[in-house]
Ligand binder design. Structure first.
Ligand code: NAI
Length: 266
């Protein structure tokens, strides 16, 4: 039995991941705004600190972490909040629990990216650059200048790129900690129900092509996450695994490659 931490575990993909890990007889410590073992608001530095402290209080060793908590960029959603929850709320947990992950003698972190990284053209790469510089005030300021729908892919690209940049360092793979990301396509969850209900963006919910002809199910993302958490994925390091029913394959048959995204100024 391993010990895993899942944030955003009260709903959607986080809930499905928690359920699958528990079915496999693992211990899962859940973190969320509600209905979780550790209640914390990951949008603020204080909330992130209290989440890390809450986990440390009950676990000295953590075999895997899935920072799943996230919010979509929709009408009326604060752009700065998107970057604070999606990027900084995830990375703070990974960093904060590094000692507990290192203590596992072989641990795995799976970040939630998104196929919007390559699916949505023209998103704001300056937001991602500020994230990768670890400058939350600058990232929030850059985000506030653009619509939240354009901030979402930036926050998700930054997560995937952060994992790839960091994982090769001594404190991560050198300490036996693998960092990878999954990039889901449209998955039916409360988040995408909000997208469908959005007065502006709802009409685009099903506009991406899908090779399988349907949205994904949270269990299908959870299955990939659990594989990446497991020892069977011991050689998977710094990867971005697309789980999107073929959307990215249709849009970018010659890939991976960026699309219409300005180079980062780092
Ligand atoms: P969801 O809305 O069903 O669940 C998100 C969870 O995060 C909720 O339980 C919510 O309470 C929690 N959360 C939100 N803000 C928080 C905060 N400040 N502090 C602590 N917890 C907070 O969303 P879903 O669809 O399950 O998404 C999970 C992750 O997967 C997100 O990071 C999302 O961006 C990502 N994703 C989802 C896709 C989809 O189509 N559903 C596609 C690509 C990525």
């Amino acid at each position: 039995m391993n010990t895993y931490v899942v944030t955003g575990a009260a709903s959607g993909i986080g809930a499905a991941t928690t359920a699958l890990l528990r079915e496999q007889d693992h211990r899962v410590i859940t973190v969320d705004l509600r209905d979780a073992d550790v209640l914390a608001d990951l949008s603020t530095p204080e909330g992130r600190d209290s989440a890390v402290a809450g986990v440390r209080d009950v676990a000295d060793v953590v075999h895997g972490l899935v920072p799943c908590a996230g919010i979509a960029g929709l009408t009326g959603v604060d752009s700065a909040l998107v970057v604070s929850v999606n990027f900084f709320g995830a990375v703070a947990l990974v960093r904060g629990l590094q000692p507990q992950l290192a203590a596992a003698d072989g641990a795995s972190v799976v970040l939630l990216a998104s196929n919007s990284i390559t699916g949505m053209p023209g998103w704001d790469s300056s937001v991602a650059a500020h994230c990768l510089r670890d400058d939350e005030p600058a990232a929030r300021a850059a985000a506030a200048a653009v619509d939240s729908v354009m901030v979402y892919p930036a926050s998700k690209a930054a997560l995937a790129w952060w994992a790839r940049r960091e994982v090769v360092k001594p404190e991560w793979i050198g300490a036996g900690i693998r960092l990878n990301s999954v990039a889901p396509g449209l998955v039916t969850t409360p988040m995408t129900e909000k997208l469908r209900a959005d007065p502006v963006f709802g009409q685009f919910a099903d506009s991406y092509p899908s090779a399988v002809g349907r949205p994904g199910r949270p269990e299908e993302i959870a299955a990939t996450i659990c594989f990446l958490l497991s020892d069977a994925a011991a050689f998977v390091v710094g990867s971005v695994v697309y789980v999107d029913g073929g959307t990215d394959a249709i849009l970018h048959p010659i890939s991976p490659e960026g699309w219409d995204v300005a180079p980062l100024d780092l």
